[in-house]
Design a protein around this ligand. Structure first.
Ligand code: SF4
Length: 142
């Protein structure tokens, strides 16, 4: 990973997907440091913070990110540039839930205005990967 050591990884998940998804697979991938979390060292004490987007068009994101930045500093002395936000696979990929979030550009702009680092992807579904190879889903590289 470039820059400062990451101390907090937040995973933003789609509100619609979370109506049926527990979010287990994303945090399991983080715990195993696979899929979109490959670059983070194991046993590094990174805190994982999952939260939902709040519904279209990601209306909760700026407020929750502001709260995260404030709490991370207050509770754990973590600075903003030690936080990385992952936009979950249910938001950024064509997948079993549905196509990518139609508000992705708007959400990215909100994160840029908040000045937080973000990356695309979380859990890599084997089924979705195979459908990508078959050309049924849009391409995505983890
Ligand atoms: S803004 Fe995107 S990620 Fe959030 S509920 Fe709507 S479609 Fe899902």
């Amino acid at each position: 990973m470039e820059g400062k050591k990451t101390k907090v990884v937040a995973v933003i998940q789609c509100d619609f997907a979370k109506e049926r998804c527990s979010g287990f697979a994303c945090l399991d991938s983080f715990a195993k440091r696979i899929d979109a979390f490959k670059g983070y060292p194991a046993d590094s004490g990174i805190i994982a913070v999952p939260f939902n987007c709040g519904g279209c068009p990601g209306r909760r994101i700026p407020r929750t990110v502001a709260h995260l930045v404030k709490s991370a500093m207050k509770k754990a002395g973590v600075e903003k540039d030690e936080i990385v936000i992952h936009l979950s696979s249910c938001m950024v990929t064509d997948n079993g839930h549905y196509p990518p979030c139609p508000h992705l550009g708007y959400i990215e702009k909100m994160l840029e205005r908040k000045g937080v680092a973000y990356r695309k992807g979380s859990y890599g579904s084997k089924t979705a990967s195979s459908r990508r190879r078959e050309g049924k889903y849009e391409p995505f590289e983890f």
